[in-house]
Design a protein around this ligand. Structure first.
Ligand SMILES: [Zn+2]
Ligand SMILES: [Zn+2]
Length: 362
């Protein structure tokens, strides 16, 4: 018997030694191997691209999970930053869980530090339309936001340097037939009490909000608003939860805050990106490289190798009407006429409610 077989027989006897151990036999192989998924989206313009979700709930409002579990999920999925935004005015489990509006943050922060997840202290101001629901991020104390008047709540947030997001503006429970910017939103916006708007929430996209964000210089925001377990809510096998991509000077909460006030954000959902043209063009060109590798048999075509180093696939339409997909984290070879990669449209990159990114690739 060679030594390797002998060793494996010994280890087999060791791990399943029924004959010797009748008290406790362990089966560690049944445990799920844990690891952090990597989401590859390149940095642009000298900034790091951070993957963030600024909207989720726990048992401290109407969510189903304990706060630290949100950190576990974010770590496993490859996110950089999250904020837990429990409703200030809606706490159906209050009878069973004590604490105040800071408790969900306090119960998650230690694990966040251990897992290197940036946890942003936050809360969701929850009102009828107008103005609907608003998340306040970068708080130090959520309790002062628990006041009768919505203006006072948002001023209390602003006093702490908060970044304020209008959540799910097109949510049918609040605006069944429209997605309207009310006079109250104009008033809040003019007072600096709305700094960003969700163009995407959970599984809903509000194209018109992308136009609002660009014309009013508001940050484009994309969040999960998850109440249950992320892996049971979104298809993580084939994609990711909705995320806001933030272009930050460094991987820190202060840098995220600075970037959000400077509107350096893009929405990322269902393998689509929505945001300002300059950011989408930079992300696309930082992800994709092209080279001509050989002449093609007939006419003036060449074989082009197109590589995509990002997690997002890109759906391309050429000016001539040809369509193809540059797969995620892969390369493809395409026979094309030189110049055909000029003025292409990237069909899954949205620069406005009715416009898509046009760019020269070669
Ligand atoms: Zn809400
Ligand atoms: Zn919410």
């Amino acid at each position: 018997m060679n030594i390797r077989i002998l060793l494996s027989v010994i280890s087999l006897l060791g791990s399943h030694s029924f004959a010797q151990n009748l008290n406790n036999v362990q089966f560690p192989e049944m445990q799920k191997a844990t690891g952090r998924k990597e989401i590859r989206i390149p940095g642009i313009m000298g900034y790091q691209t951070l993957k963030c979700d600024f909207h989720m709930h726990t048992v401290f409002s109407d969510g189903m999970v304990w706060p630290a579990f949100r950190v576990e999920e974010a770590w496993a999925e490859g996110l950089d930053a999250i904020s837990i935004t429990d409703h200030i005015e809606n706490q159906p489990s209050k009878k069973y869980v004590s604490g105040d509006h800071n408790t969900s943050y306090e119960l998650a922060i230690d694990l966040a530090k251990q897992k290197n997840i940036l946890l942003i202290h936050a809360g969701e101001v929850t009102r009828k339309m107008p103005p609907g629901h608003l998340n306040a991020l970068f708080l130090t104390d959520t309790n002062p936001l628990d006041v009768p008047l919505v203006q006072d709540a948002l001023q209390a947030a602003k006093k702490q340097g908060a970044f304020i997001i209008w959540n799910h503006p097109g949510w049918k429970a609040q605006q069944p037939d429209t997605c309207r910017w009310w006079p109250l939103h104009e008033e809040l916006f003019e007072k600096g009490l709305i700094n960003g708007v969700e163009v995407f929430n959970e599984i809903e996209y509000y194209p018109i909000v992308l136009d609002w964000c660009i014309s009013r210089k508001l940050s484009v925001i994309c969040n999960s608003d998850v109440h249950g377990i992320v892996s049971e809510t979104f298809d993580l096998e084939n994609g990711h939860r909705p995320m806001t991509l933030v272009f930050a000077k460094s991987r820190s909460i202060e840098s995220i805050r600075e970037a959000m006030f400077a509107n350096r954000t893009v929405a990322c959902f269902d393998n689509k990106l929505a945001g300002k043209e300059e950011f989408l063009a930079a992300l696309f060109l930082a992800s994709v490289t092209v080279k001509s590798i050989a002449a093609y048999e007939n006419n003036n075509q060449e074989l082009f190798e197109i590589k995509n180093n990002s997690t997002i696939p890109f759906d391309i339409e050429t000016q001539q009407g040809g369509k193809f997909t540059i797969l995620a984290e892969a390369s493809i070879i395409m026979p094309l006429v030189r110049g055909e990669l000029n003025g292409i449209t990237v069909l899954n990159l949205y620069t406005g409610s009715q416009s898509k990114l046009k760019v020269d690739l070669f």
